[in-house]
Design a protein around this ligand. Sequence first.
Ligand SMILES: Cc1cc2nc3c(=O)[nH]c(=O)nc-3n(C[C@H](O)[C@H](O)[C@H](O)COP(=O)(O)OP(=O)(O)OC[C@H]3O[C@@H](n4cnc5c(N)ncnc54)[C@H](O)[C@@H]3O)c2cc1C
Length: 543
Amino acid sequence: MYGGPLMHSDDGAIEFDYVIVGAGSAGCVLANRLSADGKSSVLLLEAGPADTNLWIHVPLGYGRLFKEKSVNWMYQTEPEPGLDGRTVFQPRGKVLGGSSSINGLLYVRGQHEDYDRWRQHGNSGWGYDDVLPYFKKAENQQRGADDFHGVGGPLPVSDSRHADPLSSAFVAAAAETGIPVNPDFNGASQEGAGFFQTTTRRGRRASTAVAYLRTAKARANLQVETSALAQRILFEGRRASAVEYRKAGSLRTARARKEILVSGGAYNSPQLLQLSGVGPAELLRKHGIDVVLDAPGVGHDLQDHMQVRVVTRCAKPITLNDIVNHPVRRILAGARYAAFRKGPLTIAAGTSGAFFKTSPRLATPDIQIHFLPFSTDKMGEKLHSFSGFTASVCQLRPESRGSLRIRSADPAAPPEIRINYLAAEVDRTTNVEGLKILRKILQAPALRPYVVEEVDPGAKASTDEELLNYCRATGSTIYHPTSTCRMGSDPLAVVDQRLRLRGIEGLRVVDASVMPDLVSGNTNAAIIMIAEKASEMILEDVR
Ligand SMILES: Cc1cc2nc3c(=O)[nH]c(=O)nc-3n(C[C@H](O)[C@H](O)[C@H](O)COP(=O)(O)OP(=O)(O)OC[C@H]3O[C@@H](n4cnc5c(N)ncnc54)[C@H](O)[C@@H]3O)c2cc1C
């Protein structure tokens, strides 16, 4: 723990103005902004440890953290009917910085139309023009400020520090198929092919723990407790008054004079609410939990981006596989990173990529491609012994919906996660069409000198049916679960437009769970924006 002395109330509980559960992408932003006045006392509870694992700070280290249980919740879905009954591994950060400490570092905001859609669905204040100032406020854009980007914010956004001919050839190949080159996926329009920017600073990861928490940690009014698992929110009537948490084997209580902010992420936030008596009444009763509020939307509407990977055998020994599998080249790459923070160790979970439409009838892209100059059998596993590269298809606006439900009243038990990948017809056709367009790119002249053959799916899939079977047999997550405590005003909406839990006082949810639906891109930037906006709303609403 760091921060000033703890204040105890008469019953032995510690007392703060704000208690934040979860020091992830959103929680660290809140902790910084709410403690900035130097007066309001803030407690930030984090179930995981401090971010001392060295691989957190090396961009390519995400491969090492993928199954590192000291910093990862390592969830699994239930058997997925649309994926041949397979369970899908769901990594989630359990460490200061949360998933922003283990993620793929890509900085992608989504489409302007995503936020305008949120507003159209009744969430006033969340249209693109409304949220752009918060993206800019967060940002320290390496390329400088413009209409879409900000400088001077806590979150560094940088260009790649590793020139890679394959990644460039992918962009050129996409252009040859008619996809325009786009130098900025977060600018006027997302559509096109280009290079991703990352949340890094001089070749090091900028998690929200690094970008937001480090600068705030000297403040005497901010306390951060690691290895502290929030087990229950306590209520006085319909007012959330305290958080009960377990640390070092003992149960402790932290009272909130002003508000409790739940930022445990799309799986843990609805889990904590259900454990606390806020959720579908039948589920809570089944597990012997007293119902504080029958809120059927808590855990409802879970959605996620799926990815389907195409692996190509490369004609030249220039892939990361060739570097990692060669002892001398591996050592040289490590030395280069140590000396200059450049080279292959700075690679994020995509170097270049593309956003395109699978049908001219669409207004905006429905597919994102992540290109990577390496290949594996499965994400997080050993690199292939041959030279290989990967490009994955990700459908941007899936219509399949799932759920998150507690399995028992035990706060340490992992929840039951059902995504229902590929349940909706449009999700099946979009993935198949996306694979067909990706194949055209991979066969375009600019990539030809590098391609020996497509390894996966290769000859195994050529018809639509075979491609769909490939999606079912190999599809996995691209790690963007959202919307389990969705913002809105319909009966299943959990929070209102100011992220206050409907029907409860003194409690907001601020994280991926509140997205009305998925944004068309990677989720970290949007969640940081949500937390920036939430901080301002909290400071306006709470006195
Ligand atoms: C492997 C991986 C790769 C990804 N790649 C990208 C990418 O390249 N670009 C991108 O934009 N997005 C990416 N994402 C997604 C993005 O990182 C997440 O959407 C985002 O970080 C989620 O933010 P959050 O605040 O909702 O939750 P999190 O950041 O997950 O934070 C939740 C925090 O709450 C803590 N917590 C939970 N329950 C409790 C409790 N009961 N008590 C105390 N603490 C608790 C957790 O330990 C965690 O630290 C990736 C995610 C993963 C896992």
